[in-house]
Every structure is written in structure tokens, then in C-alpha cells.
Ligand binder design. Structure first.
Ligand SMILES: CC(C)(COP(=O)(O)OP(=O)(O)OC[C@H]1O[C@@H](n2cnc3c(N)ncnc32)[C@H](O)[C@@H]1OP(=O)(O)O)[C@@H](O)C(=O)NCCC(=O)NCCS
Length: 155
């Protein structure tokens, strides 16, 4: 895929992801996550009823967000934007869409875990008002042990 993509004149479209998007979601996860899901984990996430939202630019899937609805809560499981589309507002549109849906569905709280070292994602979540509730010691085991911040946002 071409580098230095100029997305400034393109609309970012948000919609539900489907089975046709598994491969591309897996590809973006592999490009952005130091411990990505396997293709089987992506598939079983869909089968388990998790909700996947995708953002496309010029018909190219640029980023995705996956969450698990749990009664009045939602667990944000994964969000990632292809590096060539990062810092262009795609992540913000995905998270804002998710928050709007959560409000429409009368959810009370969204929570997530993020690696302590992932300062970009932590800054991103702070910009939406997420607060750190706790540290989960050694929550991540791959590629090495790392703590997670447990963050939440009241909807
Ligand atoms: C986190 C992520 C999804 C953000 O997506 P994005 O499309 O690049 O983000 P946006 O362009 O919408 O930026 C939204 C906000 O995030 C923050 N942000 C984005 N990139 C940043 C960076 N490099 N450094 C610091 N803050 C950053 C800023 O607050 C920014 O708001 P601003 O543009 O008003 O300053 C993206 O960086 C990513 O895919 N990271 C790898 C996967 C990951 O770590 N996911 C989270 C796992 S818990």
C-alpha cells in the first residue's frame, strides 16, 4: 500500500465490520500490536458476539474498534489504525462513534486495559476523559511481562 497517504480530502466512513473484514483487521492488528490476536482469535471474537466497527477511507479499511457488550457495560477489547492512516483523526472517529453508540444503548460505563508503556494510546484515551482506576500487575505476558492500566469512562 502506498506510503504518505493524503486523506485530507477523503471522507472517513464508519460502519459495522463483517466476516469479509477479518483478514484486514488481523493485518492491522499485526502491524500495530506487539502481541496481536491470531486469525482464530479474530474469528472467535466475532463468533462470541463482540461488536466490530470499521473506518474506511476510499474503500480501504483504515482502522477498527472491537468491543464486548456486557449488560450495561462495554469492554473495549481492541482499537487500531493502520500506521499509514494514523494521526489523521481515524482513531478519534472510531472511539467517538463507539461512545455515541454506548450512549444510545444506555450503557453506563466503558472500560479497557492498556499497556503501561503505550503512551500514545494512554494520551488518546485521556483526551476522551478516560480515567485510570487501577494497575493490573503483569496483565500482559507476551512478548514479556508488562502491567496494564485499567481505564474507564462513565458514559
Ligand atoms: C491509539 C490509536 C488507535 C489512535 O489512532 P489515530 O487515528 O492515530 O488517532 P487520532 O489521529 O484520531 O488522534 C486522536 C488523539 O490521540 C492522541 N494521539 C494520537 N496520536 C498520538 C501520538 N503519536 N502521540 C500522542 N498522542 C497522540 C491525541 O490526543 C490525538 O488528538 P489530537 O489530534 O486532537 O491531538 C493509534 O495510535 C493506534 O492504532 N495505535 C496502535 C494500536 C494501539 O496501541 N491501540 C490501543 C491498544 S489499548
Amino acid at each position: 500500500m502506498a506510503r504518505n497517504v493524503d486523506t485530507s480530502k477523503e471522507l472517513i466512513r464508519v460502519s459495522l465490520a463483517s466476516i469479509n473484514d477479518y483478514q484486514r483487521i488481523h493485518e492491522i492488528d499485526t502491524l500495530t500490536n506487539i502481541s496481536p490476536w491470531t486469525m482464530e482469535q479474530v474469528e472467535s471474537s466475532f463468533k462470541a458476539g463482540h461488536v466490530a466497527i470499521k473506518a474506511t477511507i476510499n474503500k480501504v479499511l483504515a482502522g477498527f474498534l472491537i468491543y464486548e457488550p456486557i449488560i450495561s457495560e462495554a469492554h473495549l477489547l481492541s482499537i487500531a489504525v493502520d500506521p499509514i492512516f494514523q494521526s489523521k483523526g481515524v482513531g478519534k472517529i472510531l472511539l467517538k462513534t463507539f461512545l455515541d453508540q454506548a450512549k444510545a444503548q444506555d450503557l453506563d460505563i466503558i472500560y479497557l486495559e492498556v499497556r503501561k508503556s503505550n503512551s500514545t494510546a494512554i494520551a488518546f484515551y485521556h483526551s476522551f476523559g478516560f480515567k485510570t482506576d487501577a494497575i493490573r500487575v503483569a496483565y500482559y505476558t507476551k512478548p514479556k511481562s508488562e502491567d496494564a492500566l485499567l481505564m474507564s469512562l462513565l458514559v
